[in-house]
Write a protein that binds this ligand. Sequence first.
Ligand code: AMP
Ligand code: MG
Length: 326
Amino acid sequence: MTLTDLGEEAKAAGEMMAEAARMARTVRVGTADVGAKADESPVTVADLAVQALVARRLAARFPDDPLVAEEDAATLRQPARAGLRARVAEVVAAFEPALQVDDVADAVDRGRGEPRDRYWTLDPIDGTKGLLRGGQYVTALALIANGEVVVGAIGCPRLTLGGVSVEEGGVAVAVRGRGSWWMPLREGTELVPLRVSHVRESSRARVADSVEAAHSDRTRQEALLRALGCEVPPVLLDSQAKHVVVAAGRADVLVRFPRPGYQEAIWDQAAGALVVEEAGGRVTDLAGRPFDFSTGRRLTRNEGVLATNGHLHDAVLSALRAARSA
Ligand code: AMP
Ligand code: MG
């Protein structure tokens, strides 16, 4: 089985995320390469370079499809940021020699498309804080049609999936109705099927959680683990690497309690949700509602995230209901 067997969009998504992951690996992010966005979160040369490259590739392969991506070129366009522009152009040029320094900002801003009947959504670097810390980060791309994720691809430069491949780095690719696979970065395009775990007892559940405590409410998380009688220490990973680990059966539950006022961005959830579901798992919000990807850039009709191996889903939802009514 190779990417070619999965159809044009999945093949393109898998190839783009493999290329993006390889490119991200080449970037050594120095302090001059980091900027801050309006919400104080970091944006680096890697985020901008991946977005510029993928936006160019998508424009060439699917010119009619909008791209809804996390970053914009506001920082890059600042006159004082000529150095950052040059760095981004240099990183991208190794993969796309036609891109000139003056095209970089426009390429990034091609990601400012609006969601509609069919569009792509990209998180060029999900887990930027992980990248800066030496932890996990991924590149995540999904195709959404009529409010439903139909293709998802997650490039994982630093992830080793024990039991699936001995190589560090790979791409998880999922196609609705067909399955989820892992494609090691250095082994060509042969696909290895991803399957969730068989764990059914909540005491044995391994929970995947963010490294960044500010991204999830730890107090509610710990209360949930106590209610489930969970005896296994959680595994902490940045980014949608967590979804890949659940899809591969290396963790059983991913739960994300939103901080007050925070709404999940589509690019943080779309690819990951499909990768888990097509590996046999289940994904809903904390109230058990399916994700509604028809609400624009944020999942405004959903609250939090629950992704499991499927067997444990109802047990976790019951514990959450009990906690709410207590
Ligand atoms: P993770 O490593 O799973 O925590 O996910 C990283 C992603 O969390 C980033 O790409 C951000 O888009 C997103 N994020 C940033 N701030 C918050 C927040 N306060 N609550 C939840 N997610 C956040
Ligand atoms: Mg993100």
